[in-house]
Design a binder for this molecule. Structure first.
Ligand code: G1P
Ligand code: ZN
Length: 544
């Protein structure tokens, strides 16, 4: 293998966000752009000579081309083996599992998650470390730093690798193993959930289901597990074939984007259970007949019922949620007397807690839930968890949710997103919010009195690392909260996210519409941040 040293110039925008580097495909296609970033990652890591690296992506446009480029750079940098999903495909949770199962050095996952795909849309790349989780901030900071001075990358001249046939190829010192992207993951799911019970509940007709793969990576996974292994009819999985442009849609599992599923679930012929996942398979949306379960409630309900699932029958060591996620899971943790951690937004902050055995379950309001089985959030795992719960409790989704609210109270919750706000305006909004933090405490607004107003700062209880400026919080004496933060995953301008919640212990008032129940707090949020006034908009782009 002849290593070639290619001269390059740095790009100044390769700072990874909440979940890796995400940019328009056109940005990634600039000469040396992807190459620089991959070389910057390898330059920042130590001790991988001769070791293995997992490689795969969500199948979006540029996935295959990017994999061929990365294979050559990884070969030139001295990796000993590349484990690649057939067709270049691997869901994010499957990649995490494969890194862990085969004890590889790490992995590169190519995805921009729920962002749209295609030549004019988004691409992304993230590095996962040996525990299977996203690289921690100190690593991503090192990648960025290196990318600002890089002047050469290494590659080798060789033909493109056949990605479509399972098996092993030897190229010089490098072994390339193409694996079935699904089977290791399917086996893991079988070890966690009660597959015989699920099979029986499906074949008897007690559970009917609809899963929307949104033309993204979970199509092959859902077809294998739900249809082939658990016996659901083939038409239970819709939009099952991964497409490079996700059929022109956002592969984002929420009521707005998974509209085909939402339509069926609120119709007269709704099945017992409906769910969707995102571009790279780590997110989930859970619905039942005529009911949508908010991700924050889903996490709390999973925590409350975990002992019904074989893998968690011994109980949970603890739970964690990202700061803007509702406090519903905190109530479960308090009642079970287990620790509950509040972390900044982004899955990487759960890694240390999971590795240290301090938590078993964790989740985010952004349709992400997971456990210690991998080090990423996991869409199909959440789907199987709910199916197992329905089968075990012999109750429809709506009853499970309502019983939960009766017992623990309901944390009424919503998130408003203002997308593609001009960056200077977004920064001015944050500045304006910051300026109010010292004066807000003790002020009363109708029935809401501010208890605290601050910027969330997290100290990791395992390694002591500190992450500052993780979102602005305004907490009220009655437990309600408004949280403001700027997205770290967008690719155009800035996205302002506003998270709003209020606790409702009164059972007779729990069935309210969230937007109505939160109307006063939504008004207050505008009063504090002035996003409508400053952008001239009259409503958020997305409400979840
Ligand atoms: C968003 C979500 C966050 C999630 C991340 C990756 O990040 O809010 O919870 O971890 O996507 O899926 P954000 O755009 O808010 O930075
Ligand atoms: Zn995702």
């Amino acid at each position: 293998m002849q290593i070639e040293m290619i001269t390059t110039h740095p790009y100044n925008d390769q700072n990874p966000g909440t979940s890796g580097l995400r940019k328009k495909v056109k940005v990634f296609q600039q000469p040396g752009y992807l190459e620089n970033f991959v070389q910057s990652i390898f330059d920042s890591l130590e001790g991988f000579a001769g070791k293995s690296l997992v490689l795969g992506g969500d199948g979006r446009y540029f996935n295959r081309a990017a994999i061929q480029i990365i294979i050559k750079i990884a070969a030139a940098n001295g990796f000993g083996e590349l484990i690649i999903g057939q067709g270049g495909l691997l869901s994010t949770p499957a990649a995490s599992h494969i890194i862990r199962k085969y004890h590889t050095f790490g992995g590169l996952v190519l995805s921009a998650s729920h962002n749209p795909g295609g030549p004019e849309e988004d691409f992304g790349i993230k590095y996962n470390v040996g525990n299977g989780g996203p690289a921690p901030e100190k690593d991503t900071a090192a990648f960025y730093q290196r990318s600002q001075t890089i002047n050469v990358y290494k590659t080798i001249a060789m033909d493109d690798i056949d990605l479509d046939n399972i098996g092993t190829q030897q190229i010089g010192d490098l072994k390339i193993t193409i694996i079935d992207p699904v089977s290791d993951y399917a086996e893991l799911m079988q070890s966690i959930f009660d597959f015989p019970l699920l099979k029986q509940s499906i074949s008897s007709g007690y559970i009917t289901l609809l899963f929307d793969a949104m033309h993204a990576i979970t199509g092959p996974y859902a077809t294998r597990i739900l249809v082939e292994m658990l016996g659901a009819p083939a038409e239970s999985v819709i939009n099952a074939v991964p497409l490079e442009d996700f059929g022109g849609h956002h592969p984002d599992p929420n009521l707005a984007h998974a509209h085909e599923l939402a339509h069926v679930m609120f119709s007269d012929h709704a099945p017992t259970f409906g769910a969707a996942s995102d571009g790279d398979g780590d997110r989930n949306m859970i619905t039942g007949r005529h009911i949508f379960v908010t991700p924050s409630d889903s996490l709390a309900i999973m925590a409350a019922n975990a002992r019904l699932i074989p893998a968690y029958a011994q109980g949970l060591s603890g739970v964690a949620r990202s700061m803007p996620t509702s406090q519903a899971v905190d109530r479960v943790a308090a009642s079970y007397n287990i620790p509950c951690f509040e972390t900044p937004t982004g899955w990487k902050f759960f890694g240390n807690l999971l590795d240290a055995g301090k938590i078993t379950l964790c989740g985010e309001e952004s349709f992400g839930t997971g456990s210690n089985h991998v080090r990423e959030k996991d869409g199909l795992w959440a789907v199987l968890f709910w199916l197992n719960l329905i089968a075990k409790r012999r109750q429809p989704v709506a009853d499970i949710v309502h019983e939960h609210w009766q017992k623990f109270g309901r944390d009424i919750y919503c998130r408003h997103d203002y997308e593609a706000v001009e960056t200077p305006i977004a920064n001015a909004i944050v500045g304006h919010l910051r300026s109010q933090l010292p004066i807000l405490p003790d002020q009363a607004f109708g029935e809401y009195t501010v208890k605290y107003a601050d910027e969330f700062c997290y100290e990791d209880s395992v390694d002591g690392s500190i992450s500052r400026n993780q979102g602005i919080r305004v907490g009220f004496t009655n437990g309600s909260r408004i949280v403001f933060r700027l997205s770290g995953t967008g690719t155009v301008g800035a996205t302002l996210r506003i998270y709003i919640e209020r606790f409702e212990p009164d059972v007779s008032r729990q069935d309210q519409d969230a937007q109505l129940a939160l109307a006063e707090l939504i008004e207050l949020a505008e009063q504090f941040c002035e996003v409508k006034k400053r952008t001239g908009r009259d409503a958020p782009n997305v409400i979840t």
